[in-house]
Design a binder for this molecule. Structure first.
Ligand code: HEM
Length: 363
């Protein structure tokens, strides 16, 4: 016998309130719009999943708030954010269910919704802010601040997130604290710079010796190498890097970028493997949000063409512009620019390899 009182399934899940929370406006106004039920249920399912995503992201943000992040926490963070990415895949797939509703069916009840819109999904805004979408990056439509479209209680909740560190900021701090970047016997960055220079020279030689290229194509490809060299230089020069941050071309601090590169280059070392998985999961999460934005924008075009949205935006056009602009971890996406082949990697000193291994490793 359990020491806890028995509970009935429907009570545990609060089905009474959950299943009585679908109130089609068309029914209320005496119209027949069969598909409004689907429209409501799909949106509600989204909001429930948003709640679960917030639950996971909040727990990860809490773990990363401390000055020292326990190794165990990184494993937990990876598995929780992996859960988020699995939910995101569902969220993308779910649009297909809504797309069984045709534009004509939508028109049966669309006017009843004005000015409500997904634009007012405060949970979606909480997720964006907690991940690190900053106000400067946000696209405004008709000069409408998204906060002004929300009720006071929701606005307050969002303002709290604006004043708390986002996952982006916490990850940046955590990366900045990465040890191993400089040891007394080894200046990694000097060796890395030399390896990069060798790689760029090698690439230049391949272009110069390629007899199939016209002079114009050669010039174009050599210019690209020059741009890459400038990119690298900004990485090794903090002042240049900070300029790029000011211009909005880079977002992570110089030190955190270097740490992320180090983790990526030496991810086969046991201690760096989990941090690498963590960074990769952040990329995956950002990518899936971008994919959702794109899919949602396509669905919107399919549903309302180029009409304005119920929330008053340019609709499809506004949504498409958020696809690229509202990404958070773009610097992690761009990191492969700075990777060099394993064979060219500076060899780490024994003492450092030992530090990067687990105690029981027999290397
Ligand atoms: C018939 C289906 C849908 C249509 C026609 C539609 C249309 C739109 C439009 C036009 C906007 C831009 C703001 C506006 O002017 O209203 C928007 C924003 C938004 N919609 Fe939808 N939507 C649909 C379904 C959904 C679903 C199922 C969700 C899931 C929660 C959703 C979530 C959002 C969110 C979060 C935004 C804000 C996006 C941003 O500002 O980046 N929408 N929607």
């Amino acid at each position: 016998m359990s020491k806890f009182p028995p509970i009935y399934y429907a009570d545990y899940l609060q089905l009474e309130s959950l299943l009585n929370s679908q109130k089609p406006k068309s029914t209320e106004y005496g119209y027949k719009a069969h598909d409004e039920m689907l429209f409501i249920i799909v949106h509600q399912a989204y909001e429930l999943w948003f709640k679960q995503i917030l639950h996971e992201v909040d727990s990860v943000n809490t773990m990363f708030r401390d000055d020292v992040v326990d190794e165990k926490s990184i494993g937990i963070a990876v598995s929780r954010l992996h859960r988020v990415t699995e939910i995101q895949k569902l969220l993308i797939e779910q649009l297909r269910v809504l797309e069984t509703m045709t534009p004509l069916d939508f028109l049966e009840f669309r006017d009843f919704l004005i000015p409500a819109s997904g634009f007012q999904s405060f949970q979606f805004r909480l997720i964006e802010n907690k991940l690190g979408l900053s106000d400067e990056k946000r696209i405004q439509y008709n000069n409408i601040d998204y906060l002004n479209t929300l009720e006071e209680t929701h606005r307050k909740l969002i303002l709290e997130t604006v004043n708390s560190p986002s996952l982006f900021e916490l990850v940046q701090k955590w990366l900045e604290r990465t040890p191993f970047l400089n040891s007394q016997s080894f200046n990694f960055w000097q060796s890395y710079k030399e390896a990069v220079e060798r790689m760029l020279e090698h690439d230049t030689k391949i272009i110069m010796e390629n007899a199939t290229l016209t002079e114009k194509k050669k010039e174009f490809q050599l210019r690209n190498i020059e741009l890459n060299r400038e990119n690298f230089e900004a990485l090794f020069d903090e002042a240049k890097h900070n300029e790029l941050v000011k211009e909005g071309r880079r977002h992570l601090s110089n030190r955190s970028m270097l740490a992320a590169i180090f983790i990526n280059l030496y991810r086969d070392e046991p201690i760096l493997h989990l941090p690498f998985m963590f960074l990769n999961t952040l990329i995956e999460m950002d990518e899936l949000f971008t994919e959702w934005r794109y899919r949602h924008a396509l669905m919107v075009q399919r549903m309302i063409g180029t009409k304005i949205g119920t929330g008053g935006s340019s609709g499809h056009q506004y949504l498409m512009s958020t696809v690229d602009k509202h990404r958070v971890f773009t610097d992690l996406f761009n990191l492969p620019t700075f990777l060099i082949p394993r064979s060219e990697l500076p060899k780490l000193p024994e003492e450092l390899i030992k530090e990067l291994s687990f105690n029981f490793s027999n290397r």
